[in-house]
Design a protein. Structure first.
Length: 303
């Protein structure tokens, strides 16, 4: 199966529609009057659909097992058509579109099976996804070039040429996935004064987003959060809380990161770990949802 270990849980919803077409009014009358020999077709098919939603990963090989936290199945008669609506919710790392469609298909097939003794012309007309929400698709990405971004690597060894930078370049690559160009890339030493000087220089140049990598741990030279923290006009604690929560689920040492984030004037400054893996996981934890701060900062409502 495709790996979803890098994704974050979010509320995800999907609605699927299936249409069963009968050949005559006599079939509709039998359904409404509950005179179908095999029983109440709506109740039987609803139960079958519920089972199908829950068992999707058992019959669709690439579907991940996931917690189904809500399912609603309804039937509506429109002329000679029976329209089935299946809505599924979960709080998980991947969507429930296939679960909803599987539920709709089995509900429709159960209708077909129960009605075929009295209607040889019954058919399943279509099964489709009506809509879905949740996950990354719910976030509108910024227009290309709309945000001015900078990436700064804090490392004594990289600044001296003793090691090659991997973390800063990983951030740049990840930003590109969200249509964000890195307008400034720099490598500086783990020095309190240099870090403060660099961030204020970028703030004065009106950068929208500045991401520091390195110096967020507990060694004597890890001073990035200390240097940045004293300059923040408005800290946004939830940003780094989410990074640490996300990291803690994957690596117990994530709790030792001291990263901070917030605004200096109109610039959002984020301090991430120095390891490539730590940076990649941090970016996965934050993006694209963190970009919503720029809308909120402009006065846009959260919804």
């Amino acid at each position: 199966m495709v790996s979803i270990t890098h994704k974050s849980n979010s509320l995800r919803k999907a609605v699927a529609i299936a249409t069963v077409k009968v050949s005559g009014q006599h079939t509709i009358d039998a359904i409404v009057q509950k005179k179908v020999p095999k029983g109440d077709v709506f109740e039987f098919s609803r139960v079958a659909g519920l089972f199908a939603v829950k068992k999707t990963s058992d019959v669709i090989p690439d579907c991940h097992p996931l917690p189904i936290e809500y399912t609603a199945i309804s039937h509506e008669i429109e002329g000679l058509n029976i329209v089935i609506r299946v809505e599924v919710h979960t709080v998980y790392k991947t969507g429930v579109e296939v679960e909803a469609m599987h539920g709709a298909s089995v509900t429709a097939l159960t209708l077909y099976d129960m009605l075929k003794p009295i209607d040889k012309g019954i058919e399943i007309a279509n099964i489709r996804l009506d809509h879905k929400s949740g996950g990354k698709s719910q976030y509108k990405l910024p227009e290309e070039g709309s945000l001015k971004c900078a990436v700064v690597v804090c490392s004594d060894s990289i600044a001296k040429g003793e090691k090659q930078d991997g973390s800063g370049k990983a951030i740049i690559t990840k930003l590109e996935q969200f249509k964000l160009e890195t307008n400034h890339y720099d490598i500086i030493e783990d020095d309190f004064d240099q870090i403060q000087k660099k961030v204020m220089e970028l703030v004065s140049q009106q950068y929208d987003l500045v991401i520091f990598t390195g110096g967020t741990g507990l060694s004597p030279r890890d001073v990035t959060p200390d240097a940045i923290g004293t300059l923040l006009d408005r800290e946004v604690p939830g940003i780094m809380e989410n990074v640490r929560k996300y990291g803690q689920e994957r690596m117990p040492y994530a709790m030792l990161s001291r990263g901070v984030a917030g605004f200096i004037k109109g610039t959002l400054v984020i301090t991430l770990p120095g390891s490539v893996k730590g940076v990649q996981e941090s970016m996965d934890a934050l993006f694209p949802a963190v970009l919503h701060v720029f809308k909120v900062q402009d006065g846009t409502r959260h919804d």
